[in-house]
Every structure is written in C-alpha cells, then in structure tokens.
Design a protein around this ligand. Structure first.
Ligand SMILES: Nc1ncnc2c1ncn2[C@@H]1O[C@H](COP(=O)(O)OP(=O)(O)OP(=O)(O)O)[C@@H](O)[C@H]1O
Ligand SMILES: [Mg+2]
Length: 322
C-alpha cells in the first residue's frame, strides 16, 4: 500500500548551501492545508533562502520537499503547477498595463478568452486593484506593484502560496486588503507561508509562526503558544499598589522577593523580572500578599513579538556547520 504524499507544506532535512556557505543547515516544516504560517527572523536568518528552495529555484537543495502533495525535489514541474511564489521586490514589465500583465500569465496557465478575462478580473478584485487595470505598471505605486504581483500569484488557484515580504511598501488600507485576500485564500484550502518584518501584522494574520535564526527553526507552532513559550524564558511581572510604589520597590530588592529581580519603577507600578517556575511564582505571590504592601493588581507581562525577534537578532551568531 502506498503512503499518501503529504499535503500543505512538508519539508524534512532541508539544507541550502551557497558554495561553501550553508545558509540553512537543517530545517523541518509541517504546515497543513489552509494554514497561514509566518516565518520570522532577523535579516540574514535564511527566510528568502528557504522560500527559494521551496519554490524550486535553487539547485542543489538537500532534503525532502512536498508542496500540495507534489514532490518538489524530484518532480519540480508538478510542484510548480500548484505553487506560487512572490519574491520580495519582484520586477514588473513597465510597458504593460496591469490587466495585460495578468492576461499574459493567465494564458501561460492555459486560460484563454472569457475564462481568462474573468479570472484576471477576479484576481484584480481580490487585491483591490480593479480600478487600476488599465494603468501601466510603471505608473503603479510600490504597494500597488506588490498587490499586482500577488494577483499574478493567485491566477492559477495555487495550493501553496509562498510570499516573501508581501506587505512591504503597503499602506494601512493596502495591508488590510492583503490580509482579507490571504484569509480568503486560506479559507479555500490554500497553504500560505509568508515572511514579514511588520511583526504586529504577522501576529494578527498568521495562525502559526516559526522563528528562524541562523537558518535554524528555534521554535514553531501556533502563534500564541510560541509567544507564550518564548515569554517564559524571560518572564516579567507588573505590580501595582494602593500605597507608595517605593515601599514595594525596596521589598523587591530584599531576599524575600527572590527569584524576582531587577525591579524598575514605571509610573505608579513596578515591573520586575522573574526567574522561577509556576510553583516558585505561587510562593512569591503568597509572600508578597503577606508583606502588607497594599497590592491591588499583579500581572504577568508576555513578550511582544518584537521583543522575541530582537532577542533572536541579538543572540550570539553561531556559524552554520556545513
Ligand atoms: N546568492 C547568495 N550567495 C551567497 N550567500 C547568500 C546568497 N543569498 C543569501 N545568502 C546568504 O544566506 C544567508 C541567508 O540569507 P537570506 O536572504 O535567506 O536571509 P533572510 O532571512 O531572507 O534575510 P532578510 O530579512 O534580510 O530578507 C545570509 O547570510 C546571506 O548573506
Ligand atoms: Mg529575505
């Protein structure tokens, strides 16, 4: 009995080398159909290299890659039929009008006549460019160019959409329409993998994320869970008292307060770091309550996605083993 080919995006032992330099030493990824997955990481982490490998544009590439049930390593033609790749800053033919550009690609996907025109109109609408169909590419703004590129990617109803920095150059309204277009695609079963440095956007749109550092996936999973896990490594507490925060501050400097440490005064609240597990936190709360400091609220502060990525970027660089 043959094993069914994995759908969505399924990658095992991916390695990307540029000559003697290994940009991605080892990467495993499993993204089910209909998921929007954000690959995030600092400059040079290997996002574009990973995307180029998935899009069958690099040779040689080591490992196994299945996209929409097609084996991209051994049958790249079949994989290309079900994938679309939008590179960062993709060039456009300046002397074609927006709709002409899409018609050209629609025909390359075997669509002609009314079927072609209907599909072009639907894709222009999906990215909110209907009113610009007769505009020359050279006259499109940066955000409109990105959206036209996305429309080109949607023409053949891909099963896997790979988008490198799709939101760069887009204003707030354009990003909202991008988000809507991607959600509609995902709802129809398309697997979307994207990279972005606009982190609140990633947090908002991606159902799951992966954190890439030096070509290695350091964490991956449901967006909220990854952020929670990353927060635990550097947990912070915010405490407010009805009385003077100075008393709380000096108590936090005492040995009673450990493993809370590094308290700082922020307005009428005090924030501190906490280096213990859940049980240590429960014991800390009991001691705090018994210290007569008139505590009125106490909350755990989770790392924002920006803080998580900043930590990735500032971690010591490990050269990738070839
Ligand atoms: N064509 C190439 N030849 C040699 N090295 C390359 C090439 N392309 C990328 N690299 C190197 O591979 C590493 C990963 O680069 P990559 O472009 O994949 O990073 P990225 O995560 O997309 O970064 P950014 O956020 O800046 O877009 C970097 O060290 C980069 O210098
Ligand atoms: Mg890149």
């Amino acid at each position: 009995m043959s094993v069914p080919a994995p759908h969505g995006v399924w990658v095992r032992n991916l390695r990307v080398d540029y000559g003697p330099f290994t940009a991605v030493p080892h990467l495993d990824l499993t993204i089910p159909p209909g998921e929007i997955y954000g690959l995030i990481g600092p400059n040079g982490a290997g996002k574009t290299s990973t995307f180029r490998a998935l899009a069958t544009l690099l040779d040689p590439v080591h490992g196994e890659i299945f996209l929409g049930g097609r084996d991209a390593r051994h049958d790249p033609e079949a994989a290309r039929a079900v994938l679309a790749y939008m590179p960062d800053l993709a060039p456009l033919p300046e002397d074609l009008r927006a709709a002409e550009y899409l018609r050209f690609f629609a025909e390359s996907h075997g669509l002609y006549g009314p079927a072609r025109d209907q599909r072009v109109a639907a894709c222009l609408e999906a990215v909110d460019l209907t009113g610009r169909q007769h505009v020359f590419c050279r006259a499109l703004s940066l955000g409109m160019r990105q959206r036209l590129n996305l429309a080109r990617c949607l023409l053949h109803r891909p099963k896997v959409l790979i988008l490198d920095e799709p939101a760069s150059g887009m204003d707030v309204a354009a990003r909202a329409s991008l988000k809507e277009a991607l959600r509609a695609q995902a709802a129809s079963g398309t697997t979307i993998i994207l990279s972005s440095h606009i982190l609140p956007e990633v947090q908002d749109i991606c159902s799951s994320i992966g954190l890439l550092q030096n070509g290695r996936l350091v964490d991956s999973g449901e967006t909220r869970e990854v952020l929670l896990r990353q927060s635990h490594a550097k947990k912070r507490l915010r405490i407010r008292t009805a009385g003077s925060p100075e008393n709380l501050l000096s108590w936090l400097y005492s040995p009673d307060a450990l493993p809370a440490h590094a308290p700082v005064l922020r307005g009428d609240t005090v924030e501190c770091q906490f280096a213990g597990d859940t049980e240590a936190q429960a014991r800390f709360f009991t001691r705090l309550a018994g210290a007569n400091l008139a505590v009125v609220s106490l909350e755990e502060i989770h790392s924002s996605i920006e803080e998580v990525v900043l930590r990735l970027a500032s971690a010591p660089h490990e050269p990738a083993a070839p």
